[in-house]
Design a protein around this ligand. Structure first.
Ligand SMILES: Cc1cc2nc3c(=O)[nH]c(=O)nc-3n(C[C@H](O)[C@H](O)[C@H](O)COP(=O)(O)OP(=O)(O)OC[C@H]3O[C@@H](n4cnc5c(N)ncnc54)[C@H](O)[C@@H]3O)c2cc1C
Ligand SMILES: *[C@@H]1O[C@H](CO)[C@@H](O)[C@H](O)[C@H]1NC(C)=O
Ligand SMILES: *[C@@H]1O[C@H](CO)[C@@H](O)[C@H](O)[C@H]1NC(C)=O
Ligand SMILES: *[C@@H]1O[C@H](CO)[C@@H](O)[C@H](O)[C@H]1NC(C)=O
Ligand SMILES: *[C@@H]1O[C@H](CO)[C@@H](O)[C@H](O)[C@H]1NC(C)=O
Ligand SMILES: *[C@@H]1O[C@H](CO)[C@@H](O)[C@H](O)[C@H]1NC(C)=O
Ligand SMILES: *[C@@H]1O[C@H](CO)[C@@H](O)[C@H](O)[C@H]1NC(C)=O
Ligand SMILES: *[C@@H]1O[C@H](CO)[C@@H](O)[C@H](O)[C@H]1NC(C)=O
Ligand SMILES: *[C@@H]1O[C@H](CO)[C@@H](O)[C@H](O)[C@H]1NC(C)=O
Length: 590
């Protein structure tokens, strides 16, 4: 938790160093200036209003409609201030005008004040220039999935990418946009504009019989923060991280110049945007990504539910399975596993697939045998007595059929607290005991403070395979190249417990639960797109030894800090002056 010092709470931002202008400041641009910006962007400027405002103005009919769609990702993506996994919600669609304890009535909170509904690169340039000329905070927003609030910003102007949607283009054989830039990639490629989500790209790839390496969740943006920060999913084991697939980017620089970054030009920018994270180096207008011929898939699903209320049996059992994950991964299995705890019942499920290289019966039989001997057999002694176990194989002719057989849609949630950690082979293989103790900590109360009503732990077996191979011109945390699994725990602060509840659940998550994950994974780190925003070791944990060279690229391409997000590369010089609300004006550090 980010505890603010009393001093900071009392000091008005203006008493500190230079700050970005916020509404209410004398330096905030006049209505006339905003009007001029609006005409520069052909009427595409939006003055934002909290989504659930009608709930607070007595328009109950509209309020009901909003409530019904409030947690639907695809609906939220149509709003310039639709945020999917935010910790704080300053205008919940309450069924009365009674605010939650500790929350203001209904305001924009850390959502941008204005958004440019950009449909072409000129709109992006106009936003950058306006923010620079008027000392206004600028943010880039795509789908709003970010769990660290990087696409939000108190008092900001936002460049909203969703409607940058030039037609998706398929190249049977890739050729670089610059003829003199020879690529060693002779396969297919897809050119994806900044506003597309994986759902769009998957449908397009299916039409061409190819696999695009994208997210497990289809509502995540394709070439925004996801791909710039690494990107994992059901095909990453077979082909590498999503960012490894990028052949070139079209980028709008802070200078207003539109450039192509690839292995021949702007290599340092190309490298920074392949792992260093979104929101800070420039605005990605489009990316050209590799596309791979589709594969047949062997699927394995496992479902374990306890027959008694005793959760130590299932924890030990799952620790045993997780200790075999590296073996399963080396055999080709990848996918999402995990626990859900609702009330007192802890159950485990996984949905894994082998993207078959040869599609022969011997390849299939071998994979089945490994899964059966390593996992299924060990479960049978508890089956029917302490646990109930369902283990099943299925075959799919194409990757698309496999993907379509699962749900791959999580939806939005508010009050979310996430912690995560990379696991390498060493931290899993033969580590049943350590894993058991970690899992026990994750699912324990630990203290008498406010508790989350539900805990879920995702065991994402999305590394291994091609992810382990370092690629030139990438800047992901080096620990990615050892990672087999990411463990991600999500908790929710009970809404009625207000800010104090959020603080307690979060403090425990960071200092006890994340610590338990770190204790069994020495020297690893975590995925910056799915990290606990309050991790005290963030720089090391998210960037490893890449940070310094990323910072060089940041200083070169955005020397004036036009782009800024909290704990993004180059963010040190500035900070939000946070009140009890966890957000506030952006000011230069003294
Ligand atoms: C429900 C859910 C499921 C998820 N599933 C996966 C998954 O399967 N695999 C995975 O790897 N991750 C997953 N994530 C994490 C995801 O990668 C991050 O949330 C990521 O930040 C989303 O990027 P976005 O552009 O869609 O979101 P946004 O919140 O809009 O943007 C995220 C960051 O990128 C910046 N940004 C956005 N667009 C651009 C652009 N065009 N140019 C420059 N910067 C830009 C923003 O400024 C911000 O800093 C998931 C998250 C959620 C909430
Ligand atoms: C920008 O102009 C359009 C078209 O004239 C208008 O609909 C919109 O409300 C304006 N935006 C703002 C913030 O005034
Ligand atoms: C709104 O509140 C009223 C009265 O408290 C209740 O009867 C009704 O079910 C609530 N509606 C919703 C959508 O929660
Ligand atoms: C954004 O612009 C697109 C394209 O012009 C338009 O279809 C859409 O309605 C706009 N969205 C909002 C919220 O104004
Ligand atoms: C093409 O790439 C070469 C380097 O390989 C570079 O010198 C040249 O400027 C590039 N041309 C364009 C139009 O980007
Ligand atoms: C895999 O093999 C099956 C059975 O022979 C076949 O139907 C399917 O089309 C093959 N899939 C691929 C991607 O080659
Ligand atoms: C729960 O099961 C474990 C063995 O897995 C056992 O040691 C423990 O005593 C059991 N606890 C209860 C309350 O039954
Ligand atoms: C567990 O027991 C059930 C019921 O007897 C059986 O159908 C199932 O196949 C068993 N599962 C495993 C993995 O052996
Ligand atoms: C596992 O736990 C033991 C002691 O309980 C410890 O010595 C060892 O270092 C741990 N292994 C890892 C990988 O953390």
């Amino acid at each position: 938790m980010h505890y603010c010092s009393l001093l900071l709470l009392l000091a008005a931002p203006s008493a500190l160093a230079k700050c970005k202008c916020t509404p209410g400041d004398d330096c905030w641009p006049s209505a006339l200036k905003w009007k001029a910006l609006n005409s520069t962007v052909q009427g595409h400027l939006i003055a934002n209003e909290p989504l659930a405002k009608p709930c607070y103005t007595g328009d109950m009919e509209r309020c009901q409609e909003i409530s019904a769609e409030y947690l639907d990702s695809f609906t939220l993506e149509k709003s310039p201030i639709g945020y999917q996994y935010s910790a704080i919600d300053t205008c919940a669609p309450l069924n009365s005008s009674k605010p939650l304890a500790g929350q203001p009535m209904c305001d924009l909170g850390n959502s941008p004040v204005y958004s440019i509904n950009a449909t072409n690169p000129d709109h992006i340039v106009a936003g950058i220039k306006f923010a620079k000329d008027n000392n206004v905070r600028l943010v880039i927003k795509n789908t709003g999935h970010d769990v660290r609030g990087r696409s939000q910003g108190y008092g900001s102007l936002s460049i909203w990418m969703r409607n940058i949607k030039p037609k998706l283009k398929f190249q049977k054989t890739y050729t670089s946009s610059n003829n003199s830039c020879k690529s060693d990639w002779a396969g297919s490629a897809i050119n994806v504009g900044g506003g597309y989500v994986w759902n769009d790209v998957y449908a397009f790839a299916a039409k061409h019989g190819v696999i695009a390496v994208g997210g497990d969740d289809k509502s995540v943006g394709a070439v925004g923060g996801y791909i710039q920060g690494a990107g994992h999913g059901p095909a990453s084991h077979a082909f590498g991280l999503a960012t490894d697939q990028v052949l070139e980017y079209q980028v709008m620089l802070a200078s207003g110049e539109l450039v192509t970054a690839n292995a021949c030009q702007y290599q340092d920018l190309f490298t920074a945007l392949r792992g260093g994270g979104g929101g800070t180096f420039g605005v990605v207008v489009s990316a050209t990504i590799k596309a791979h011929p589709t594969r047949a898939v062997l699927q394995h699903t496992l479902e374990i539910t306890p027959k008694t209320g005793n959760q130590s049996r299932i924890i030990k059992t799952v620790a045993g399975i997780v200790s075999k994950f590296p073996i399963l991964s080396d055999e080709g299995f990848a996918g999402i596993g995990g626990f859900t705890k609702i009330g007192n019942v802890l159950a485990y499920t996984h949905n894994f697939g082998v993207l078959l290289e040869k599609n022969t019966s011997s390849e299939i039989e071998h994979a089945k045998e490994v899964m059966t001997t390593e996992v299924a057999n060990a479960l049978s002694k508890y089956n029917g007595t302490q646990l109930s176990v369902k283990s099943q194989f299925a075959q799919h002719d194409t990757f698309q059929d496999y993907y379509a057989s699962g749900s791959h849609y999580e939806g939005a949630a508010k009050g979310i607290i996430l912690i995560s950690r990379f696991f390498d082979k060493k931290s899993m293989l033969h580590q049943e005991k350590n894993l058991t103790s970690m899992l026990t900590t994750l699912f324990s109360k630990l203290d008498s403070g406010v508790q989350s009503p539900g805990i879920s732990l995702t065991l994402a077996l999305i590394g291994g395979g091609e992810v382990l191979k370092s690629q030139p011109y990438t800047s992901v945390h080096p620990a990615w190249r050892k990672t087999y699994m990411i463990a991600e725990q999500v908790e929710i602060a009970p809404p009625e417990s207000g800010m104090e509840g959020l603080r307690q659940v979060w403090g425990r998550a960071t200092h006890k639960k994340l610590k338990a994950m770190k204790d069994v994974t020495p020297g690893m780190g975590t995925y910056l797109n799915e990290a606990d925003p309050y991790d005290p070791d963030w720089k090391e944990a998210w960037y490893g030894d890449q940070y310094d060279s990323l910072k060089v690229a940041k200083n070169k391409y955005d020397p004036d800090n036009v782009f800024w997000c909290w704990r993004c590369v180059g963010s040190e010089g500035w900070d939000e002056v946070k009140g009890p609300t966890l957000y506030g004006p952006l000011c230069e550090n003294n």
